[in-house]
Ligand binder design. Structure first.
Ligand code: GDP
Ligand code: MG
Length: 224
């Protein structure tokens, strides 16, 4: 069986690094279909994507990574599985085949897990460890890196785990819901990359949203 796997790149103000990501995806031995969801960027994100000849869907105004991913999943509904990876170069495309291989081997959700190295800023190291431990507890199985957006989702899992998250908390919500429903979760180790990219994660807007989502997941009734 060979799964049809597409790549979905949510992109916001990502013109500086998107080109290298798309180039590396195109250079894979078996290049995937690629969709870039440009979330109201005011820089050349959409133009860069078009230059590389990939499919582009643009929002008129910024709505958040969660909205961009949900729109992308819908546009790619004919594929068996979707790999999501960031536009800022933190998710090396050379790992893409490892995600596809884990799905071929039977995983429904494949989570990229970053090795925690000194390259990760100290506050991020703490936040990632803390949120991953909490997610593992409420998911009922080990989730080593709950915040990493480099993932593969099988179509059946996307259908079975409706989410309402609109920004970064979408990743947390879907992993916990999928694990609770008994979907097979696998992990693929990926390098930890911190370069000159700028994070758009806002401590005042996004951290409360992520914590709020984990609280909701902790206290809501579980599926039986
Ligand atoms: N579509 C969309 N993508 C976003 C938004 N914010 C960030 N992204 C993308 O999501 C990915 C991760 O965002 P980033 O800010 O680098 O988060 P971090 O790496 O976790 O600090 C990158 O590919 C961004 O371009 C957004 O509001 N909408
Ligand atoms: Mg980033």
């Amino acid at each position: 069986m060979s799964l049809r796997v597409a790549a979905l790149v949510p992109a916001y103000q990502a013109a500086a690094h998107l080109g290298e990501v798309l180039l590396s995806l195109a250079a894979l031995p078996d290049p995937p279909h690629v969709l870039v969801v440009d979330d109201g960027s005011r820089d050349a994100t959409a133009e860069v994507a078009r230059q590389f000849g990939v499919r582009v869907h643009s929002f008129a105004a910024n709505r958040g990574k969660g909205h961009a991913l949900l729109a992308g999943f819908e546009l790619l509904r004919d594929f068996d599985a979707i790999v999501t990876l960031d536009a800022d170069g933190q998710h090396p495309p050379h790992c893409f085949p490892a995600f596809a291989a884990a799905a071929e081997a039977g995983a429904d959700l494949v989570l990229g897990t970053r090795v925690i190295t000194p390259d990760m800023p100290p506050l991020r190291r703490f936040a990632n460890r803390f949120s991953s431990s909490w997610c593992s507890l409420i998911a009922g199985q080990r989730i080593s890196d709950s915040q990493c957006g480099y993932r593969l989702y099988r179509r059946e899992l996307i259908r079975a785990t409706p989410v309402r998250a609109s920004r970064y908390e979408v990743e947390t919500e879907r992993a916990v819901r999928a694990a609770r429903l008994g979907f097979r979760v696998a992990e693929v180790e990926i390098p930890t990359v911190y370069g000159d990219e700028q994070s758009h994660l806002s401590p005042t807007r996004d951290v409360p949203r992520i914590v709020g989502m984990m609280l909701r997941l902790t206290f809501e009734p579980r599926p039986r």
